[in-house]
Write a protein that binds this ligand. Structure first.
Ligand code: PMP
Length: 423
């Protein structure tokens, strides 16, 4: 038996940095043990569908990387990233309306690392940081470990509420101005919302006026189910404030559209910020795997990205429809949610009979769901501790990985779990 399994006090416990003395792991990763139960259906993970991985295309790309660029693929590389990949990612950004060059870009080990580096470079303990809530839990975790003061900015069915943000900023003491605002404007995690163009403009104007940087986290923007495209905040910032004064830092990733295992993310920012993040990266991992970068570069140049993306959008749209239509017909007015126009998530709130709300019901529901064989992420995971009350009857449901028949069965199980929790 290992020391970890024995439950014994760690012999190094007295050495822990106080921040890691009682660490809370990722609330989503802590659901993993339930996943191994026989027959469990999961709407919990944020994993892309394995059926959409282009293993054959990636095999060709890996072969090309190792045949044509063997030395660069297998050697240490520049911390900024491999030029062929930065070229290919700049071309990808152009298809999203984001104009940039490889010099504006830092390749990171997943976009998670990009946010971590930004926080290292910008946030000192106690600094106020604005975060849309509900928020991506790893963002909250990163900020907690940086000892930031998290200021929750409310969202609604259209994403971040810019009027509420303006009201909040108007009362905020000037000398303690927030440095950063974090948002996922395209098909947010967990809300699934798409920020309208007018709010994008309002947000960039607020950042410009109040002197904070916006972190636009955009892993889901290309997974859209209908036509039309809101300009990215980064592009909005370039238009409204000029390239040199753009308050937006843009983060994106190949995790949701190619494969998370590549661990390819990237950041667009001004030269000085980029330089500092590059230095921070040197102490984190020296460089993102050059082999993964050159596989990604060959893959992006192979012409297989766009058709595979179109296939993913069609598949996710069908799965989203199965989930939303299923919830609507099985649970009707007992549940409230917004049908997403892209991405991987539905954010839903249970509407219990009068007087039945509360944490006890939320706990009973989760226990009943596990008993029924269905998993979701309880809403609390997406709020900073002091903004969590009332979030317990919300949940994040992901339709990306399960098939349509599995989603239909999962909805039926959710309905039974709700009945069980109320009884
Ligand atoms: N941001 C958001 C909003 C996410 O949902 C995720 C992954 N779930 C990430 C960042 C991190 O993605 P990766 O590190 O795989 O690029």
């Amino acid at each position: 038996m290992s020391i970890a399994e024995s439950g014994m006090q760690s012999p190094t416990a007295h050495l822990f940095n106080p921040l890691f003395a009682q660490p809370e792991g990722s609330p989503i990763r802590e659901l993993f043990p339930y996943l191994s139960r026989p027959g469990m259906l999961s709407l919990a993970g944020g994993y892309p569908s394995p059926s959409l991985f282009d293993a054959e295309g990636l095999q060709h790309a890996a072969q090309a990387a190792l045949q044509q660029d063997a030395a660069a693929s297998l050697q240490y590389g520049a911390s900024e990233g491999q030029l062929p990949l930065r070229d290919a990612l700049a071309a990808l950004c152009a298809t999203r309306g984001v104009q940039c060059t490889p010099a504006d870009m830092l390749v990171t080990t997943g976009s998670q690392q990009a946010f971590d580096l930004l926080v290292k470079v910008l946030v000192a303990p106690g600094d106020p940081v604005l975060v849309e809530v509900p928020a991506y839990p790893a963002t909250l975790q990163t900020l907690k470990l940086a000892q930031a003061r998290i200021i929750a900015v409310p969202t609604d069915a259209q994403g971040l509420d810019t009027d509420a943000l303006e009201a909040l900023l108007s009362q905020w003491p000037h000398e303690r101005r927030p440095k950063l605002l974090y948002t996922v404007p395209n098909f947010s995690n967990p809300g699934g919302t798409l920020l309208p163009a007018a709010r994008r403009e309002a947000l960039v104007d607020l950042a410009h006026r109040h002197g904070f940087a916006i972190v636009e986290d955009d892993p889901y923007g290309e997974l859209r189910f209908d036509q039309g495209c809101e300009p990215s905040l980064y592009a909005t910032g370039q238009v409204r404030c000029g390239a040199a004064a753009n308050p937006v830092v843009y983060l994106s990733s190949l995790s949701k559209t190619v494969a998370p295992a590549l661990r390819i993310g990237w950041m667009l920012a001004d030269a000085q910020l980029l330089r500092r993040c590059t230095i921070a990266k040197q102490t984190a991992d020296l460089c993102t795997s050059p082999l993964a970068q050159l596989i990604a570069a060959h893959y992006l140049r192979s012409g297989r990205y766009a058709p595979r993306l179109a296939q993913a959008c069609a598949e996710y749209a069908a799965r989203m429809d199965a989930l939303c239509s299923g919830l609507q017909s099985a649970l009707g007015d007992q549940i409230r949610f917004v049908r997403p126009r892209g991405g991987m998530f539905v954010w839903a709130e249970w509407l219990p009979p009068q007087g039945r709300a509360g944490d006890a019901l939320a706990r009973a529901l989760f226990t009943a769901a596990v008993e029924q064989g269905v998993l979701y992420v309880p809403g609390k995971a997406f709020f900073p501790a002091d903004a969590a009350p009332g979030s317990g009857l919300c949940m994040r449901l992901s339709y990306a990985a399960p098939t349509v028949p599995q989603i239909t069965e999962a909805v039926a199980r959710l309905g039974r779990a709700w009945g069980q929790a109320l009884s």
